[in-house]
Design a protein around this ligand. Structure first.
Ligand SMILES: [Zn+2]
Length: 222
């Protein structure tokens, strides 16, 4: 019987690295950007937006807004200057080879089409192949990849591919459920809509019963 672990890391013997060889396997689009965020440039752009909509950027309530928005973008896009692989460098040798699932990891990201937030939860599972990683690291990887201009579909795939590369497990499953404010507060305005995406790798893709077991761990058996 597989088991979903929701807290406390199972720490075994420390493995030197999750990657036995140093093949430079990379997931496209996940590499960190070199340059720092140019706060001044964002602030100037925000001031231009305020002018363009007919506002007065010098009135009291808006005076600090451009720089405040600049700092906000620096925070929301902090994942651009972070290599998500660093969270997966420390692994532990462990015989456990059933499903490890961390479900309900809350995340927030910005859709790259409108720069509006989409927020939801991630369910991340893998089946170890000799080594495990600290459970909180799975949430760290979600954070690092979510804090960039994103689309939910790509975020889902990047998470699955990165975990496959770095942990070399028997399988990885990533399911994201999110509400996109570009759909709820503008455009078609469907406030109750939720978008679900999934990426299955390894045994989660090839073995129906493993996938069924995962679904019952996440959603309960129907
Ligand atoms: Zn959008």
């Amino acid at each position: 019987m597989n088991r979903a672990i929701s807290s406390s890391e199972t720490a075994g013997q420390l493995a030197s690295s999750c990657r036995p060889d140093d093949n430079e396997l990379t997931t496209p689009g996940t590499q960190p950007q070199g340059s720092a965020i140019d706060l001044q440039r964002i602030a100037q752009a925000v001031e231009q937006i305020l002018l363009a909509v007919g506002e007065d950027p010098n009135r009291e309530g808006l005076r600090d807004t451009p720089m405040r928005v600049a700092r906000m973008y620096a925070e929301l896009f902090r994942g651009l200057r972070e290599d998500p692989r660093r969270h997966l460098e420390k692994c532990f040798v462990e015989k456990y080879d059933e499903i490890v699932l961390v479900k309900g990891i809350s995340f927030e990201s910005l859709c790259e089409h409108h720069l509006l937030p989409f927020v939801g939860q991630a369910h991340v599972a893998y089946i170890p192949n000799g080594k495990i990683v600290g459970l909180s690291k799975l949430a760290r990887v979600v954070e690092a990849l979510a804090h960039r201009p994103q689309v939910q579909e790509r975020l889902t795939e990047q998470l699955a591919d990165l975990l496959m590369q770095e942990l070399e497990p028997k399988g990885v499953a990533v399911i994201l459920e999110a509400t996109h404010t570009c759909m709820t507060i503008r455009g078609v305005r469907k406030p109750t809509s939720v978008c679900t995406t999934s990426a299955m790798r390894g045994v989660f893709k090839s073995n129906l019963s493993t996938r069924t077991e995962l679904m019952s761990l996440i959603y309960g058996s129907k």
